[in-house]
Design a protein around this ligand. Structure first.
Ligand SMILES: NC(=O)C1=CN([C@@H]2O[C@H](COP(=O)(O)OP(=O)(O)OC[C@H]3O[C@@H](n4cnc5c(N)ncnc54)[C@H](O)[C@@H]3O)[C@@H](O)[C@H]2O)C=CC1
Ligand SMILES: CCCCCC(=O)/C=C/[C@H]1[C@H](O)CC(=O)[C@@H]1CCCCCCC(=O)O
Length: 261
């Protein structure tokens, strides 16, 4: 998919990985709608983007992705503003083992909802022109952490859901490619949650073990995740792909045994 003139919606786009991805899309002449609940970070981000890429190319929509009506409205406003939708990146995520219900809502339920909304606005089934959806999981879906059981569960869930719906898209000829990206540790504000007892809950006492893992595995730059994201968007052959990004192997793909039945 050539990026110039394409319209992307990025959840959690105001900071961290989402912001890096949005910046890379704008750099490649796409238009971007940032959907994020952090008003301050969103406004700050859009001010920078307007200065760097021109004021007609990005839009900030304040929205909590767990609010289904608001998320639906964010998709609608993006299409009204830019005239169409080509790319959806379901990236918003949190690390909160204390409020684990919220973690499931943000990291998994909202990704499912964002995928279905993406299909509603891009699938040939709905008379639209096709597109690409990328859901953000984590290497936690392959190397679980005893200190983040619910976060781990949501990231396993995102991989399973994405692979299954990608196959449905192929079978039903939706014209939408759906893939999942699994980064190892990335240098973003999310990592600060390790030092927050109110987020780590009873696993707070293990924070040094997580930090030890970080020192072993290293910490990636958000720009590398953006590079992986653009690779998925540009490669029209990818559907149901599970991209992993680690310091040891860089950008690579998980392979699976073909299903026998
Ligand atoms: N930073 C890391 O080490 C890794 C992050 N990931 C995943 O990457 C994704 C992005 O994470 P980061 O950029 O690191 O985090 P971050 O905390 O830096 O940014 C997340 C963004 O999502 C927004 N957000 C959170 N909850 C929201 C909600 N309910 N509604 C709307 N927006 C919401 C935040 O306001 C923030 O702008 C997440 O899904 C995370 O699980 C995956 C692997 C590693
Ligand atoms: C603590 C909040 C940030 C969580 C970031 C994330 O998604 C974490 C993943 C780690 C998981 O919780 C346990 C880990 O060790 C994960 C990172 C795994 C990196 C593996 C890299 C392997 C390699 O380099 O080959």
């Amino acid at each position: 998919m050539a990026l110039a003139g394409k319209v992307a919606l990025v959840t959690g786009g105001a900071q961290g990985i989402g912001r890096a991805v949005a910046g890379a899309l704008l750099q490649n002449a796409a238009k971007v709608s940032l959907v994020d609940f952090n008003q301050e970070a969103g406004e700050q981000c859009i001010t920078c983007f307007n200065q760097e890429f021109g004021s007609d190319n990005s839009l900030f929509i304040q929205c909590d992705v767990t609010d289904r009506e608001k998320l639906q409205d964010a998709f609608k406003r993006t299409v009204e503003h830019f005239g169409k939708l080509d790319i959806v990146i379901n990236n918003a995520g949190i690390n909160n083992e204390n409020n684990w219900v919220k973690t499931i809502e943000v990291n998994l339920t909202s990704v499912v909802k964002g995928t279905y909304l993406g299909l509603e606005h891009m699938s040939k089934e709905h008379g639209k022109q096709g597109g690409v959806i990328i859901n953000v999981s984590s290497m936690a879906a392959f190397l679980h952490s005893p200190h983040q059981p619910v976060y781990t569960a949501t990231k396993y869930g995102v991989v399973g859901f994405t692979r299954a719906i990608a196959e449905a898209s192929e079978i039903e000829n939706y014209g939408v490619r759906i893939n999942v990206l699994c980064p190892a540790f990335v240098d973003t504000p999310l990592l600060q949650s390790i030092d927050q007892e109110e987020k780590m809950g009873k696993f707070y006492k293990h924070k040094d073990e997580i930090k030890h893992r970080m020192s072993i595995y290293g910490v990636l730059k958000p720009s590398l995740i953006a590079e992986g994201m653009l690779k998925i968007i540009n490669d029209n052959s990818l559907n149901g792909a599970v991209m992993k990004i680690t310091t040891s192997k860089g950008i690579h793909f998980q392979s699976y045994e073909p299903m026998s039945a």
